[in-house]
Structure formats: C-alpha cells, structure tokens
Design a protein around this ligand. Structure first.
Ligand code: NIG
Ligand code: FE
Length: 425
C-alpha cells in the first residue's frame, strides 16, 4: 500500500480536472471532474499518490505516522491555479497613468509619447536586482495566498541586454524558492526603447543577435514573446524575433490582437506557438486557425476590463469552435495590477461569458498547457505535483459568485502546506 504524508479528505466538491492529456476544448472545456466527498493523498516526494472519493482514497493509502490530515468538510478543493501570463518583475507603479486612462487617454498613445511601458522601463533600469527581487517576491506571496502555485513571468521592462538579463535572473531566483513555481519568458520585444525610437528594425536586430543568444546561453527563459501590435512590432518584426528565439530553443508566445487586428494569431499558429494571448480583436479566421493547431488561447479579462476595452475576446465562439481557452491575470503595473486568479475567473465569467466550470478549466489545466506544463500540474491526478487549494466555499461555482473576495483557505504547494488562512467555518 502506498504511504501518504498528507491527506485532504471529505471535500464537498473535489475538482480533479482529470482528463485526456493536452488542453481541453469544446465540451471538455466545461469538465471539472467533480468528485463529491472527495479526497487527495500526497506522498513524501510531494506528488499525488491517490485521488477519488474519501472511501476510495482511505482504502488505497496508508498514513505515515506523522501524516497530516486536513478535513475539507463543506469546502471545495481544486488544483493550484496556474497564472499563464504575468509581468511580475518590475519597479515602480503607474497609478497616475491609470487615472489618465480613466479620463479617456489612450493606452497606446501614452506609450507612443514615452509613457506607459516606457515609464516602467525607466524605473526598472534604475532598480537593483535586490530591489526587483524584493518587489516581485512580495507580489508572489500575494499570488500564492490567492491560490496561484505556478506562474509565468515575462521580462520586457529592460529593453536592453543587461536589464532583460537582470529581470530574468530575478525570475530564476524566485523559481529556485519554488513556491510558487515560476516559468520565465523573454519579452525583449515588448516596446521599442528610446535609444531606437527611429530605428525599430535596429532594435529587432539587437534582440535577435544579442539579447536572445545571451538569455538562451544562460538558460534564463523557456519562452520568447513579442508584443505584436499596431505602432509596436509588426507581424514581420514579430516573426523575426520568434524565429530567432526558436533557433535558440525558446518556444514562441505572442501578445496578439489586443488593441487591433494585425495578424499575430496567424503568425503564432504558423510558428506552432505555445500560446497566443489577449485576442480581443481575433476574427473567425484566427479561431479556425487556432482550432486546427495546438496553440492555446490565453485570455486576460482583467487587462481588457481595466483598459475599458470596448471589445471582449470572443470566448464563446472560441469554445464553440474547439479553441482551448486559458486564463491569466496579466499582472503588470500598467494594464493589470491584478494578482488574483479568483478575481480573474469572476471577470472571465462576467465579461467574456465563460461558465464557472469553463473558467476553472481555463485557470488550471489549460493554463498549465499554455506553459507546456500540462503533464506535471493543473489537475489532481496521480503522479502530478501536489499543488492543492482548499477554498472556503462549498462549490467551485461560488468562485466567480463571490466576486472580488479571496476564497482561498489553504494552499499546498508540492505537498507542503504553505498558506493557512483563518476563515470562518
Ligand atoms: O499584457 N500589452 C502589452 N503588455 C502588457 C502591458 C504592460 C504594461 O503596460 O506595462 C499587457 O497588457
Ligand atoms: Fe502581457
């Protein structure tokens, strides 16, 4: 009999998210794999050793003498959230820009006049590695307390080799702490730095010839991303960056069709991108291309909401057409100072029309697939990392319903209890 060092039992609803390998599409996007009176048992190596009804799991495992047993009576238990798109390493904040946007100023106009992303670039270039690490560490603690056990972090506020590398070293240090688990993405093509304002192609050359090789050589990123947008990087420039990344083993991702329709989605599909993200302006041809591919659509409803974007991502059409949908906070100081996946699920339900079950799939297993981690996290299945969240809610349907609250009671990361909030019974 297998030995368990930790057991969560008697969950009113255990959402296993178990299913076939790969991202869930169409009708499968709504299958959360709910078990009533559910339990999940963890072995000494921090992986899941049994999952099912409390009766089944109790029969399948032997508790170690010092095993911890958590009673989840009346509560929902889910896999840790996977936040598949964040810009969590940066210096400074942009509350004044937020206030300007509330008065009607446009996000891309603010950027083209040297503010927006470029103001965070100035602050980040001026910050030491220690300052960046401390700020990001405190943000990650907030995320962990909201149930995020895995997240992606992009660079992109350096826009020069030294600062991009510094940001990714911070991401690597955070990854070494392991809670939450971090995956790094190089986003040197996030904006055109002031030094290259009149020579965009010159900056693309620098990214391709210097920054990508330096980052790949030190193993500092798994993915390469680009902001493919009107007035930022064209489809052709994006292609050059992503192909250069591929040549160095970095898998492509894109910020695509966020503020206009430019063609980034189709470029992403042509390059077998792991994900294309945002997609407010994606059209039916984009959805057809995505449906025929392994690329995951990552939606960021928090950014669209705070930008007061008039168009929302066509999430319902995506699901109807078999496009796998994932969710992420997009945590960044400009468009989305949001660190909560439960809030993001609420926004996804209200603003883009996902059902609570579809949003949960999007925030767990599909988000894991958007980071090429679908085999290790994102569901409660034997052999996977024991990233488990106990919610102070009777059902997963209550996650969006309790809009704006943090419903997380206990967070278990790789089998260790890392957050225990005091909540009323
Ligand atoms: O995902 N769109 C580009 N990048 C980020 C925003 C970054 C920023 O404004 O600092 C996004 O929305
Ligand atoms: Fe982003």
């Amino acid at each position: 009999m297998v030995v368990a060092t930790l057991l969560v039992e008697h969950a009113a609803e255990l959402a296993t998210l178990a299913g076939p390998p790969g991202p869930r599409r169409g009708a499968q996007q709504a299958e959360a794999g709910i078990v009533r009176d559910g339990a999940v048992a963890v072995g000494a190596d921090g992986s899941i050793v049994a999952v099912g009804s409390t009766r089944e799991v109790r029969r399948a495992v032997q508790l170690a003498p010092d095993a911890r047993v958590l009673d989840a009576t009346g509560r929902a238990v889910i896999p840790g959230f996977v936040d598949a798109h964040t810009h969590a390493v940066f210096a400074g904040q942009r509350a004044d820009e937020f206030a300007l946007r509330l008065q009607g100023h446009d996000y891309l106009e603010i950027l083209s006049s040297g503010g927006g992303i470029l103001s965070t670039v100035r602050a980040t270039r001026d910050a030491s590695e220690t300052q960046l690490r401390q700020a990001a560490f405190s943000a990650l603690s907030v995320m962990l307390a909201h149930g995020t056990t895995t997240l992606e972090i992009k660079s992109g506020y350096g826009l020069d080799r030294e600062t991009e590398v510094r940001m990714l070293r911070v991401a690597r240090d955070l990854c070494a702490r392991g809670r939450p688990h971090v995956v790094a993405t190089l986003l040197a093509a996030h904006a055109v730095p002031p030094e290259f304002q009149n020579d965009r192609d010159g900056y693309v050359d620098l990214v391709c010839r210097e920054i990508i090789p330096a980052v790949a050589r030190d193993g500092l990123a798994r993915f390469c991303d680009v902001f493919c947008e009107r007035g930022v990087f064209s489809v052709e420039q994006s292609r050059r960056v992503l192909e250069a990344g591929l040549a160095f083993g970095l898998a492509p991702k894109l910020h695509a069709e966020q503020k206009s329709h430019l063609g980034g989605t189709r470029l992403g599909v042509a390059l077998s991108a792991t994900s294309v993200d945002h997609l407010e302006y994606a059209d039916d041809d984009d959805l057809a291309a995505l449906a025929d591919s392994n690329t995951v659509a990552v939606l960021l409803p928090g950014a669209a909401f705070l930008l007061r974007e008039p168009r929302s991502a066509p999430a319902r059409r995506m699901i109807e057409r078999q496009v796998p949908v994932a969710l992420a906070t997009d945590y960044n100081p400009g468009t989305a100072p949001i660190r909560s996946m439960p809030l993001t699920i609420g926004l996804a339900c209200v603003c883009v029309g996902l059902t609570p079950a579809e949003a949960l799939v999007a925030a767990t297993i599909n988000a894991a697939c958007a980071l090429q981690l679908g085999e290790t996290v994102g569901s409660l299945e034997v052999g996977k990392r024991a990233d488990i969240v106990i919610l102070d809610l009777p059902s997963v349907t209550h996650i969006p319903y309790r809009f704006g609250e943090n419903p997380v009671q206990t967070v278990i990361a790789a089998g260790e209890v890392v957050v225990e909030a005091v909540k009323s019974a």
